[in-house]
Design a protein around this ligand. Sequence first.
Ligand SMILES: CC(C)(COP(=O)(O)OP(=O)(O)OC[C@H]1O[C@@H](n2cnc3c(N)ncnc32)[C@H](O)[C@@H]1OP(=O)(O)O)[C@@H](O)C(=O)NCCC(=O)NCCS
Length: 170
Amino acid sequence: METERILLRPWREADAPALFKYASDPEVGPRAGWPPHTSVEESLEIIRTLFMNDTTWAIVLKETGEVIGAMGYGPSCDCALPAREGEPICGYWVGRSYWNQGICTEALRLMIEHIRLTTSIPSLISGHFIDNPASGRVMEKCGFIPTGETVVDPSQGRDTPIRVLRLELR
Ligand SMILES: CC(C)(COP(=O)(O)OP(=O)(O)OC[C@H]1O[C@@H](n2cnc3c(N)ncnc32)[C@H](O)[C@@H]1OP(=O)(O)O)[C@@H](O)C(=O)NCCC(=O)NCCS
């Protein structure tokens, strides 16, 4: 999947140093509910166990070939979001030096188009911490509609309220 500016492609083990570069930034992971990566080895393990599948992609800047983020959706939602049965959750992040250039919106639109064309999935759900409005803007620009708020069990991380949004695909 590609636009003039970016490519969504499968993750490779060789991406570990690039992943570590951005995922070790304390401003990135915690906004999405995961801790910053602490070593290239940990990033490699994340690639192997979480990213090397059919529904997760590296966001690559075509001009430089650099991996600058991740985009993906889960086959079903086992999180705290009020998902419909079997409804996938989508998630994403972009390295801080590339924020506010429209890159995540472009990448999410690409993935949505891919899901529409290659699956019969009726809807996607996602959410963002209310103190992370940029993520909500990305979803809204892609057609997601707010459906309310929920709170993650504090034992799973932050107990900050989460704004929930859904995209009807059909
Ligand atoms: C959220 C994130 C993915 C956005 O990526 P991005 O490439 O900067 O997104 P875009 O440039 O496509 O769009 C960002 C939008 O948020 C807006 N925005 C940025 N900061 C904002 C703020 N503090 N309040 C409100 N809107 C804000 C931008 O103006 C832009 O909207 P616009 O086009 O209407 O002007 C990126 O900030 C990130 O990776 N954050 C850390 C991880 C994360 O939060 N992941 C999502 C977890 S739910």
